[in-house]
Design a binder for this molecule. Sequence first.
Ligand code: HC0
Ligand code: SF4
Length: 558
Amino acid sequence: NNYMIIDGMPVEINGEKNLLEVIRKAGIKLPTFCYHSELSIYGACRMCMVENEWGGLDAACSTPPKPGMQIKTNTQRLRKYRKMILELLLANHCRDCTTCNNNGKCKLQDLAITFNIEGVRFPNTAAEPKIDDSSNCITRDQNKCILCGDCVRMCNEIQNVGAIDFAHRGSKMTISTAFDQPIASSPCVGCGQCAAACPTGAIVVKNDKNKVWEALDDKNAKVTVQIAPAVRVAIGKELGHSNGENTIGKIVAALRRMGFDEIYDTSTGADLTVLEESNEFLKRLEAGDNKMPLFTSCCPAWVNFCEKNYPELLPNVSTCRSPMQMFASVIKEQNKTSSRKPVHVAVMPCTAKKQEAAREEFKVNGDPNVDYVITTQELIQMIKESGIVFADLEPEAVDMPFGTMTGAGVIFGVTGGVTEAVLRRLSSDKSSTSLMSIAYQGVRGMEGVKETKIMFGDRELRIAIVSGLKNAGDLIESIKAGEHYDFVEVMACPGGCVSGAGQPFTSQEEKEKRGKGLYSADKLSNIKRSEENPLMMSLYNGLLKGRVHELLHVHYAD
Ligand code: HC0
Ligand code: SF4
């Protein structure tokens, strides 16, 4: 008899941790601001109140379900209560919805519509915007904050960064950095996961699309663009396709209509990274030096995290530039004699890539190799602004001379992908059976911590794959305590780039579909190993000759 009664209907209880999960399973959309299944329960917003059989009110998110329980989710009293909460929130919230960066994606706006709030009975006490624009990745406006604490728990519990926290008490309560310093001077690593969790416009991803429009309008500019692996499986949902569907051909078609001069795929850059990182790994392994394990370096939020928290480990971080930066050096080098000013844009699922692009290490004579990074969400806005009907576009191919890539490069966008691509390179058995078997050695799946052991010659290699910075921190502590690994892949966002904060925000389930979409794209690609990409040979014999270190590597430790 493991069931309870919700609005007169029996509903089975099957391991759910709280009433909210059972209610949602029953198909009832109970509203919440502060509930996220992956974060701890805060129970502050009170929107998920339900009426129990004795007429009392309980917060569904923090009440465990019990067999025989009888609750109601939709009574006049509850409707009044929810409206009151919304009116109170709206009373001290700015109402410039039409010009807010989060217009159309705001939960407060959404629920005001759902509950048909026709007026607010209290005076508007909203303070002037208090904007912190110091970061390249996110913009904060404290006065759009509803104090749900989602960002704080995300930054602390999942990312273990702790850049923001509650400050002051009572009506003065805010979310703040330590000493209210600008976010750029805090331990923030730019992962943007706080913005992904924020239900309002209080933390949003920096928007650089207008700079890209300007470059496209500039007749004297030659504008090239690269598209990151994870973008192709996440952009479609808002444009008439499904999550996980590979829409790379349509993205190319859309970018061409917008006026980009040359369009490339970051997966090509990832092939370069695979070759460089495999070489570096072998060299370190042979040298038997103490710079093991080798940590991957393609995730910029992870690099920031390491710099700020574990600087002593920087010599262990691969000297390989990220695929975005490797490819950008190549593209900029190729265009440096162009009669028009070369401008390079990267479309990324990631907010930290904006900061990576601005790093001094990646500038040549003061000019960044990547001039602008826009996120998947910004590209969606640009497509909509241009009136392009994405669903009707005929897919097109990327351009030459850098238009070949492999499946190994495409799977970079999901946790475990970099490792799998490197293992394909290292494996001496080049049969398709061996290639397939790598996929089944514990490298795939959305888990935040994966470990595998692989035989390499007569050596057993221990490999760890972590996503989410809390998991990275825990692994580093275990390494410091004596655990040995040879290779460690770190991605700051849980699940890898498919879950990047530049992507449309969605559920865990939908993120998994994106990951699967990348593996399907790999299956469909006719070249699956980076070393078999014919472009690599011509690059190493041409543009990269004698300049591999200068164009493809970086020393974060210096
Ligand atoms: Fe990623 Fe990347 S896989 S970090 O998530 O390595 O952003 O998609 O573009 O650079 O390729 C992001 C995605 C990239 C890079 C690649 C790597
Ligand atoms: Fe924390 Fe990431 Fe947000 Fe920075 S961007 S405040 S590190 S969650």
